[in-house]
Design a protein around this ligand. Structure first.
Ligand code: NOJ
Length: 555
């Protein structure tokens, strides 16, 4: 067991997380698929970017019909990505660079190719083997549960010829749900967890966690029985693996996600799903209100807990947590091309969502890195990679990392036809125009800008740990908030409009303090008791440290 990785128990609060697929990052053995060895080779890149935590998408044996979220063996790696020894080396090398490694715990469902399911469908009804999954003689049970993959699935039940019964699945029909009412299932989950924890991983993203348990007459989400399971998982971590964390994937309103933190005895982190579309909405409407509103309605968290913030990830930009009107607005604003839509969301990367607008990309990242929570970057967004809406499902945002303008984007030495997916080649976002090598040698590139921003964030614990107070502003196009932690007080101001905006900020609570602009170390006029005037260029943002005035000076 790798216990040597140094950390304080709340390390995740100061982390900068980077989400990637092993298959998409770098192919070291030239077979066309990214692998652990390739990712290990590129750890220096991540370290220089400033990343302190890797989140790896599923890399387990799988038929890959849901890109690995359909697991066929919980305690092994998919041979295309290397061996367990390669994985172990990746973890060791990451830890050597002070980079933690989070992996996926996908236990709501398995692949239908998992031996448990193959065994269950053949086992007699009433047997323990059969009871690993949720069976029914009719598709009428649990009608209160919604369908999640609305574009592909019509029911949460699928008929199994071999079993002669229906089985329950919240996602694709090839992903039968495990039955957490059957105690051996929980034991299996624990042993899979221990397997990876003993290999040194620093925590798990709990995939699809709200759906573990089903009960008649409910929507089968967020049930007390599900929370009881999360608490049992957490108790094992606290007892045997302190410092390892749980990150909940619960796509729900903040008040419904809040219980996943329990009394500090469930998850350490959870994604803030509803904030993300509201950031995009605020930008398009040039109005700070959607961000202020959702954060005002976000309950405080117990000690030792943290939100995970993100702009984009490997899935569609989900619009489940907005009203029907807001969804319609978002689709009109960001997905005019019907091919960009999937289920209830938009399958596009960050840069194309904002028409490759550099100032907008910077503005969105300034919010990601300064609002309360831990920022999570999606691979490739740090260089402004594009997507391809013509590809199936979410494949258009999962293309090879663009390392250089060389063959296969520098991702692999395989023949192009052997690649797991072709890199993006269009004139704007294609690898000839957008790649790491070019951006490393261009001091003005997005990549260099991201490195700077991350470096700055890491100098101030207040970003990851501070309180949030909104500052009253005379202009709704401007968002201003103060973050405080210990001695540090920061003021963050963002102009959501494309045009220059004036703003009068009510900073009277800070009268006497002197704002020091953090990117250029420029001292601004002291804050008085009246409105504080700022003007910001289109999509501009500024961060200030509010420093106490020298003794004797009058506000
Ligand atoms: C959530 C994952 O993010 C998504 O990619 C996957 O398809 C579903 N869970 C089902 O596992």
């Amino acid at each position: 067991m790798d216990g040597a990785f140094p950390r304080d128990l709340t390390w995740f609060k100061d982390a900068v997380v980077y989400e990637t697929h092993v298959k998409a990052f770098y192919d070291a053995n030239g077979d066309g698929v990214g692998d652990f060895a390739g990712l290990t080779e590129k750890l220096d890149y991540l370290e220089q970017l400033g990343v302190t935590c890797l989140w790896l998408l599923p890399f387990f044996p799988s038929p890959l019909r849901d890109d690995g979220y359909d697991i066929a063996d919980y305690c092994a790696v998919h041979p295309a990505y290397g061996t367990l020894a390669d994985f172990r080396r990746l973890v060791e090398e990451a830890h050597r660079r002070d980079i933690a490694v989070l992996i996926e715990l996908v236990v709501n469902h398995t692949s239908d190719q998992h031996p448990w399911f193959q065994r269950a469908r053949r086992a007699p009804p009433g047997s323990s083997e059969r009871a690993y999954y949720v069976w029914s003689d009719t598709p009428e049970r649990y009608q209160g549960a919604r369908i999640i993959f609305t574009d592909t699935e019509r029911s949460n039940w699928a008929w199994d010829e071999v079993a002669g019964a229906y089985y329950w699945h919240r996602f694709f029909s090839h992903q039968p749900d495990l039955n957490f009412d059957h105690p051996p299932v929980f034991e299996e989950v624990l042993s899979a967890m221990r397997f990876w924890l003993d290999l040194g991983v620093d925590g798990f993203r709990l995939d699809a966690i709200p759906y573990l348990v089903e009960r008649e007459g409910t929507n089968c989400e967020n049930l007390p029985e599900t929370h009881a399971i999360v608490r049992r998982i957490r108790a094992v971590l606290d007892r045997d693996y302190p410092g390892r964390i749980l990150l909940a994937e619960a796509n729900a309103w903040p008040w419904d996600v809040r219980p996943y933190f329990g009394d500090g005895d469930e998850c350490h982190m959870a994604f803030h799903f509803p904030l993300m579309p509201r950031i995009f909405m605020a930008l398009r409407r040039e109005d700070a209100e959607p961000i202020v509103d959702i954060l005002r309605r976000t309950p405080p968290l117990p000690e030792g807990c943290q939100w995970g913030l993100f702009l984009r990830n490997h899935d569609e930009l989900t619009l489940e947590m907005v009203s029907d009107d807001e969804r319609e607005y978002m689709v009109l604003a960001y997905a005019q091309d019907p091919r960009a839509r999937l289920n209830l969301g938009i399958r596009r990367r960050l840069a194309p969502l904002v028409d490759n607008g550099r100032r907008r990309i910077e503005l969105l990242n300034s919010l990601l890195f300064s609002l309360p929570g831990t920022p999570i970057l999606y691979y490739g967004d740090e260089i402004g990679m594009g997507d391809d809406v013509r590809r199936a499902d979410r494949d258009g945002v999962r293309t090879p990392m663009q390392w250089s303008s060389g063959p296969n984007a520098g991702f692999s030495t395989a023949l192009p036809q052997a690649l797991y997916a072709q890199p993006i080649v269009d004139p704007v976002y294609g690898y000839a125009a957008v790649n790491v090598e070019a951006q490393l040698s261009d001091p003005s590139s997005l990549l260099q800008w991201m490195r700077n921003l991350i470096r700055l964030r890491k100098q101030f614990k207040v970003f990851g740990r501070g309180t949030l107070e909104f500052v009253p502003v005379s202009n709704r196009k401007v968002l201003a908030y103060v973050r405080r932690f210990g001695e540090d007080t920061l003021l963050c101001v963002a102009n959501l409009s494309r045009h220059t905006q004036p703003a009068e900020l009510d900073l009277s609570a800070f009268a006497g303090a002197i704002p020091l602009e953090m990117l250029g170390y420029t001292t601004f006029p002291p804050i008085g008791r009246g409105p504080y005037f700022l003007s910001l260029g289109g999509y501009g943002f500024t961060w200030f440290e509010l420093r106490a005035a020298p003794p004797g000076s009058a506000p």
